[in-house]
Every structure is written in structure tokens, then in C-alpha cells.
Design a protein around this ligand. Structure first.
Ligand code: RIB
Length: 309
């Protein structure tokens, strides 16, 4: 990959930034249960931030728009984004709300459950994005998720669409989407649960995944990629539907695997790769991430993905 190619497009990520408080325990707690004997660690997270960090580590030019509290977590995040080489010119600081925090439990099977206190993320509003319009102007691809207010996602998608930018939405966590938002998207990348919520089709096998993708496409999104966990991903476009298998790895923590997938997918698309090639690249990056614990602590670098088989 030559540097000229990597410099070609600018990616803008608009989304959340959290600090993750993680406990690795034998199993996920049932309601009312106390589990003793876990190990604790803290690391930077948030779906938006995880995707921005992935894009930076994979060598593309990325601007990240988010809102953090004016507190120690917010200051730490800002510093980390700068160290990653992310453009932080549009990171807003909120004096009234704390930075986002996620409480995460990870079990012995690498599964997790996550509770997010959104804090300042929930206060990233269209009025902030008006101040960041230059960032949208300078972007070629805009990547978003759903851990910020829906009105902000809809605002950015509409403005970016009108400016002929490619808008990719990773609709996580699952939430119903308005018809107008869907029409402003170039690509949508739900997992099975999210695809089911938006399309109304329960995904149980390849056939139902294709049916869900077909409905999403009929709802107005040109390109649909459904991630299927350890079963890989479905790439659904105007011409064809292809399944890309996941790579077999020893998973220890699946937190942020979807974020790494989306960041890597966007980088590969920005380099002019086909959707199929981009999904293969994203599957490699997310396979590496699940072999490591944590969110941003699990994000691979370009050199690691390029040699991964
Ligand atoms: O997708 C994983 C992320 O979800 C975590 O980093 C956590 O902060 C939540 O946003």
C-alpha cells in the first residue's frame, strides 16, 4: 500500500467516546447475582472513538467529532486521540455533563454485556455540528453509529448526503431508523440483532440474512453489509449477495469487534477497494481484535492486519 493511496480520502467519524470499566468474570451475572473473583481494568472505549482509533491505526486520515465532559476522562480521551494522530479540532467539551462511561462484564466465552451512562455523548446536538460543518465539507466518507442523539445522526446524514459525501451508518446499538435517514445513507452495516430490528426479519440462516438485507435495500440504502459474528458477514449490493467467512481465532473478548470491523471497512473503501475486498480486510482486523481484551486496547495496527492470514 503506498502512502499516496492511503492519503487519498478523508474520513469523518461522528459518535461517542466512553471510558470503559471492565470486569472479566467467569460468567455474565443474572439479575440480583453477585459474582466474586473477577479482574478489573479500565480502557478507552465508545463506539465512535473505537472506530476513529481503528481508522487512525490502519493508516487513514480521520477527524473525530464527539462531546466529552470537562473532567479527567474527557481530558484523557482528548490526549489519547491526539496521540493516535486523529484530528481533534471538533471535540466539544461539556461543562454540564460528565464524560460517557461504560460498565462492561466479559465472560469466559468472550461474550460481554455493556451498560452505558452516555453523559456528554447524549448532548452532542445538531447545534454543535453546525459549528463543525467545515469538517463535513472536508470529508469524503462520514461514519456514524447510534450512541449519540438520533437527531444529530439524522442532521449529519442529511447535510453530508446533500454535499455528496458517502454516509456509512453502523446502527449500533439497535434502534429503529426513520425512512429519511435510510435514504441519506450510502451504506448500512448492522449486526444480526440490528438488521432484525430495522427490517423486521429474524435472521437464523443465510437465506433470512439475504431477505433482511433485501428489505433494507428496498428501504432506500444502496449497500447493505450484515455482520454475522463468528459466521462472518453478508455483502449485499445491487448486483449480488456474497458471504465472507470469519477467520478462526481464539477469542478472549468480543468488545469492540464490530467497531474495528466498521473502522477497517471504511478505511478499505476509502482506498478504493471493492466492497468484498473491504469486508475481507475488516474481517481480518476484527478477528485480531477479539484475541485481545478491551476496546481500544484491542484495535490492531495496519502492519498486523496486512500480514494476518
Ligand atoms: O462497541 C463497544 C463499545 O460499546 C464499548 O467500548 C463501550 O464503550 C460501548 O460504547
Amino acid at each position: 500500500m503506498d502512502t499516496e493511496q492511503l492519503d487519498r480520502l478523508n474520513i469523518l467519524v461522528v459518535g461517542s467516546s466512553n471510558t470503559d470499566m471492565v470486569i472479566k468474570a467467569g460468567h455474565l451475572p443474572r439479575p440480583g447475582e453477585t459474582i466474586v473473583g473477577g479482574t478489573f481494568f479500565m480502557n478507552p472505549g465508545g463506539k465512535g472513538a473505537n472506530q476513529a482509533v481503528t481508522i487512525a491505526r490502519l493508516g487513514a486520515s480521520v477527524t473525530f467529532i464527539c462531546k466529552t465532559g470537562s473532567d479527567i476522562f474527557g481530558h484523557q480521551s482528548q490526549q489519547l486521540f491526539e496521540e493516535e494522530g486523529i484530528n481533534t479540532s471538533y471535540i466539544f467539551s461539556d461543562s454540564e455533563h460528565p464524560s460517557g462511561v461504560a460498565l462492561i462484564t466479559v465472560d469466559d466465552h468472550a461474550e460481554n454485556c455493556i451498560v452505558v451512562a452516555s453523559g456528554a455523548n447524549a448532548n452532542l446536538l445538531p447545534a454543535d455540528l453546525v459549528k463543525a460543518e467545515e469538517a463535513i465539507d472536508q470529508a469524503d466518507i462520514v461514519l456514524m453509529q447510534l450512541e449519540i442523539p438520533m437527531e444529530t445522526v439524522e442532521y449529519v446524514a442529511e447535510i453530508a448526503y446533500r454535499k455528496h459525501k458517502k454516509v456509512i451508518l453502523n446502527p449500533a446499538p439497535a434502534h429503529p431508523l426513520s425512512p429519511s435517514l435510510l435514504k441519506h445513507l450510502y451504506m448500512i452495516t448492522p449486526n444480526e440483532t440490528e438488521a432484525e430490528m430495522i427490517s423486521g426479519v429474524k435472521i437464523t440462516d443465510r437465506e433470512s440474512a439475504v431477505k433482511a438485507a433485501c428489505i433494507l435495500s428496498e428501504m432506500g440504502v444502496e449497500n447493505v453489509i450484515i455482520t454475522l459474528g463468528s459466521k462472518g458477514a453478508l455483502v449485499y449490493g445491487a448486483e449480488e449477495a456474497d458471504f465472507v467467512p470469519a477467520l478462526k481465532v481464539e477469542a478472549v473478548d468480543t468488545t469492540a469487534a464490530g467497531d474495528v470491523f466498521n473502522g477497517a471497512l471504511t478505511v478499505a473503501l476509502s482506498e478504493g477497494r471493492s466492497q468484498l475486498e473491504a469486508v475481507r480486510f475488516a474481517c481480518k482486523a476484527s478477528a485480531i481484535s477479539v484475541t485481545r481484551v478491551g476496546a481500544q486496547s484491542s484495535v490492531p495496527y495496519r502492519s498486523e492486519v496486512d500480514i494476518f492470514e
